[in-house]
Structures are given as C-alpha cells and as structure tokens.
Design a protein around this ligand. Structure first.
Ligand code: B12
Ligand code: SF4
Length: 470
C-alpha cells in the first residue's frame, strides 16, 4: 500500500505540489510562511468539483528533497503554482518529478509564469506553462494537455462571483502536532499570527489594484475582474464559522479600500448578517483614506477593521514620486493623525483601538540618508503600529523590477528570488547603512523634530524584528 504525507492513501495519479521553502510547515520561524495558497485552493476546488481528484504534497512539509522524492514517485501528472519567490523550489520539484516519472507531465502556472514566462520555458521539465489566471482553463488543460501549446494563455472569470468557495480541506495540513499547538492552528483554518484570535479565516474579495506603483503595478499583469459580492463574502465567513468556527479574518486583497459602493454595502451588511462582527486585517492607501475619511472611519468603527495595512513605503515625497506611489507625505501624515484620533476616541470608549500594519521599504535605489531618516521619523509618529519593513526587492512583473533586472543591478538571481526582507537585493545600495539605521545608530537624526513620546518609540529591537520573513 502506498502511503504518503499527509498520511492518507493515494487517491489519484495527479499530484499538486504546494511550494515554499523546505521545512516551512515543519519548523516554521513564524506564522506567515505557513499561510495557505488561495491559487492552489481555488484550482484544486474547481478540479474536484469537475470530478478530477488530485493528491497533495508540499515542499514546505518536508525537510529534504529525498523525502519529497518518495512522495512524488509514481504519479502521471504534477501541478504547481509558481510565484517568483517559489521559482527555485518549483523548478527543483519539477526536475525531481521528471527524474522519477520520466513519462509524467508537469503543468505549472502562477505569478512567475505570468510575469517571467521565458524563465519558466527555459526549464525543460515544465511541460506546460500557463500565463495568467487558470480558473477557466485548468479543467481542460488537465484533461487533455496535448491539445494545448507549451505556453498556455489563461483566462479569467469575468467576476469573482464565479469563483467557488474554496474547499479548505484541500490545503496542506500542519506537518507536526508541535506546529499545530505552537501556532494554535485550527486547520483547515489558518494559524494565529498575532493579528486577531484564531481560528483565522483568510479571504480575497478583490483581485487587482488599479494603481501603478513601479515596484508592484499589479494591474499590468492581473486582468481586471469584478469584485466578489458582499453577500458571498459574508456567506463564506458564516459557512466557515458553522463548520470550523471563526475568530478573526484576514482580507488578503492587495487593495481592500477601493470601490466606495462595495465598501458602503459592506458597512451596511457585515455587522447585520455575519454571525459575529469578526475583527479583520485589510489594506488601504493613504491618498484614498484622505479622499474618503468618513468612509474609512465608518469601516473602522462599524465593521471592526482593527488592523489597517497601509503601503506607506516612504516618508519622503522625493521617493514617493520616484515610486509613482501617487501618495504624498501629507497624505501619509493625514492618515496617521486620523487613525490616532479614532484610536484615542475608541480607547476612551473602552473599545480596542485600531492599529497600523505599516509597510515600509528601505534601500530603494536613489534613496538618500535624509529620505531614510524621514521614513523612520514617519514610523515613529505612529502611536499604534506593527511595522513591516523590507529592503526594496526588484521583482519581475513590476516596472522598476524589470528595469533593474535589465540593467544588471538586481541581486535576485533566479536561483534565489530572495524572500527575506533583510536580504541584499540591489547592487550599489549601502545595506550597512540600513542595518545601522534599524539598530538605532542614527537616532539623533531620526528623532529630530519629534516629541519626547515619539522619540521613545521603536526601541527594544522593534524595527530590526520587523524585518521578518513573510
Ligand atoms: C495573499 C498574498 C500574500 C500572502 C499569502 C501568500 C500565500 N501563501 O499564498 C502573504 C502576505 C504571506 C504574502 C507574502 C508575500 N508576497 Co504576496 N501576495 C498575495 C496576493 C495579494 C494575493 C495572492 C492570491 O492568493 N491571489 C489569488 C489567487 C487565486 O491567485 P494566484 O495564486 O496567482 O493563482 C491564479 C493564477 O496565478 C493561476 N495559477 C496559479 N497556479 C496555477 C497552476 C496551474 C497549473 C495553472 C494552469 C494556473 C495557475 O490561476 C489562479 C487563479 O486565477 C498577491 C497579489 C495578487 N493580487 O494576486 C501577492 C503576491 C503574490 N505577493 C508577492 C510578493 C512579492 C510577496 C512577498 C515576497 C512580499 C515580501 N517582500 O515579503 C511575500 C513572500 C511570501 C512567502 N510566504 O514567501 C508578489 C509576487 C510577485 C511575483 N512576481 O511572483 C504578488 C503578486 C504581489 C505583488 N504585486 O508584488 N503574499
Ligand atoms: S503597491 Fe499597493 S497600491 Fe501600489 S499597485 Fe501594488 S497593491 Fe496597488
């Protein structure tokens, strides 16, 4: 009898290989590297609903390639979702699969296949590479791969209303009881990460952000599609609550705070129709907060949006312009002051005050020391904040990423698409300066103009710890 992780009998000749660093689910450093892949969940759900069963293995649930070999031998087909940061393990897994199953086929899609199909096609072990969304092609592709060219053009559903509810039992399990206990992981819900009580439900309500920040610009490669209707989002949360219990929610949208009409409907329905007004984490931009402050405040107060992720990125207008962020120092200051005011009011009312999840980038090419001091100063002006700091990374797919790669300045080789926020990623950037900055060596400069209370913030290694693996 053939038994493999996750300790179930093999049911299919097709295996989905979940990707990530070896051991991430065995002895994780933190909660975020254990988060589940919605692309995998969605596509496996669609396959299963169409009568195509798939087994599951994960590079994150083993600690050596040998272990993975034992699990993938004997299959006819392997499927995988390859993002740039999982390209190295994806390529290695494909090579192993073909060594063990020379007549087997490897079908790969995902963000890296979308933005860097050339790199994928250079790997002969990828038999088919799907560029773009897979929901409309996956069934036909798996049923009859020979009828497709090697580079397949994916097709998206016109609206997320067409996406089925993900069957979360198709996601990988924690690989050990220690992990399950340490992270209070109520699988198939997600592990606790300190943002809210478990069990944690991660959901996606919108697929693309319309802005064009040069380090990201998702809308240049993710097709526009309708947002998931408010009623469907609430139904999904209630269904999850009935089945597994929900403690808090993480809305994984790149940009939650868009489409005011959708947000108004959310304010109207979520508090009434959800089993409970679960607190949630979701993302906004400081310019839109400034544009719609009342809507922002209503969401926080009435829907328990208590962790507000903002891509502040920089505290310097010069850098914000260079990034085409379309947000200004003034927008950032406005948003910081507004959340502090709302938070203070709520604290006085005996309610839990909202906090920022502040995304900050350092080491942006062209950044001066004074720009970086302004960024740290901005961070210190935030009263309630979880800093999320990374060194700028030139990912393929983004305008600035492509430019730096073309100029030979990226240190992110395709053997190592660094995903550690503290890794060195661009030639010519003085990383020693940034390490010193985070260690407090330049505090005299950073603290200039700040109140004594603001100056006291950020000690005890807070900023260095913020460079965590996502
Ligand atoms: C949620 C999210 C996260 C979460 C969870 C990640 C996870 N475990 O899945 C968290 C917060 C942890 C995260 C972290 C990071 N993320 Co992230 N994240 C996202 C986000 C917002 C949504 C991903 C998602 O679920 N999408 C919805 C699903 C359905 O789409 P999908 O997975 O792409 O799958 C579709 C297609 O690709 C295709 N497809 C996928 N697989 C297959 C397979 C086959 C066979 C076929 C035919 C098709 C196919 O069909 C699917 C349905 O349409 C995306 C942006 C976005 N809007 O997609 C960024 C994004 C994927 N992240 C990105 C990055 C850079 C990161 C970080 C490295 C950031 C950092 N510097 O720290 C970290 C590292 C993560 C890690 N664990 O190593 C980049 C990736 C860029 C790239 N070139 O690959 C994106 C695109 C954002 C961006 N524009 O920069 N992220
Ligand atoms: S960085 Fe944020 S605001 Fe800018 S394009 Fe990406 S998701 Fe949108």
């Amino acid at each position: 009898m053939n038994i493999s992780w996750p300790w179930t009998k093999r049911k299919s000749k097709i295996v989905w290989i979940d990707l990530g660093d070896l051991g991430d689910l065995v002895h994780p450093d933190g909660p975020h590297e254990q988060w589940q892949d919605h692309g995998l969940g969605l596509l496996r759900t669609i396959l299963h609903e169409n009568g195509i069963a798939t087994d599951l293995v994960s590079t994150r649930a083993v600690t050596s390639w040998d272990q993975l070999s034992r699990q993938i031998a004997g299959y006819d087909m392997a499927l995988m979702n390859v993002r740039s940061y999982t390209f190295p393990p994806g390529r290695k897994a494909a090579q192993l699969f073909k060594e063990l199953n020379p007549h087997g086929l490897v079908l790969a899609g995902g963000m890296h296949a979308t933005v860097a199909p050339g790199e994928m096609l250079e790997v002969p072990e990828f038999d088919h590479v799907c560029q773009g969304p897979g929901e409309k092609v996956i069934v036909d592709l798996v049923r009859d791969p020979a009828s497709f060219p090697r580079l397949v053009q994916g097709e998206s559903a016109p609206s997320m209303a067409e996406w089925p509810m993900i069957d979360r039992t198709l996601w990988p399990k924690p690989a050990s009881w220690q992990t399950r206990r340490r992270f209070k992981w109520h699988w198939p819900m997600e592990p606790e990460c300190g943002w809210g009580p478990g069990p944690v439900a991660t959901i996606i309500t919108s697929r693309v952000c319309p802005w064009q920040c040069v380090f990201c610009n998702e809308n240049s490669y993710i097709p526009n599609m309708g947002r998931r209707p408010v009623d469907m989002v609430i139904d999904e949360l209630n269904t999850l609550d009935d089945k597994y219990g929900v403690g808090s929610v993480v809305i994984h949208d790149s940009m939650f705070f868009q489409n005011p009409s959708w947000l108004k409907e959310w304010i109207e329905k979520y508090p009434r129709k959800a089993h409970k007004v679960w607190p949630y984490w979701a993302a906004a931009r400081s310019d839109t907060v400034r544009q719609w402050p009342d809507l922002f405040e209503a969401l926080i107060r009435e829907t328990r949006w208590n962790l507000v992720s903002i891509g502040f990125e920089s505290g310097s207008d010069r850098i914000l312009r260079l990034l085409n962020k379309e947000c200004t120092e003034e927008d950032n200051d406005f948003t910081i002051a507004l959340l502090e005011r709302i938070g203070d009011d709520m604290a006085r009312e005996g309610k839990e005050p909202p906090a920022f999840w502040a995304n900050i980038m350092l080491g942006i090419p062209g950044e001066t020391h004074e720009d970086a001091f302004k960024t740290m100063r901005m961070l210190k002006r935030m009263k309630r904040v979880y800093p999320s700091i990374s060194y700028y990374a030139p990912y393929p797919g983004s305008a600035l990423g492509f430019q730096l790669i073309a100029e030979g300045k990226s240190l992110m080789s395709n053997d190592n698409y660094h995903r550690f926020p503290g890794d060195e990623k661009v030639k010519g950037v003085d990383y020693a300066f940034y390490r010193d900055l985070l260690a407090g060596v330049y505090d005299a400069e950073v603290n200039r103009g700040l109140t004594p209370e603001e100056q006291a913030r950020g000690y005890g290694g807070l900023y260095e710890r913020a460079l965590v693996k996502a």
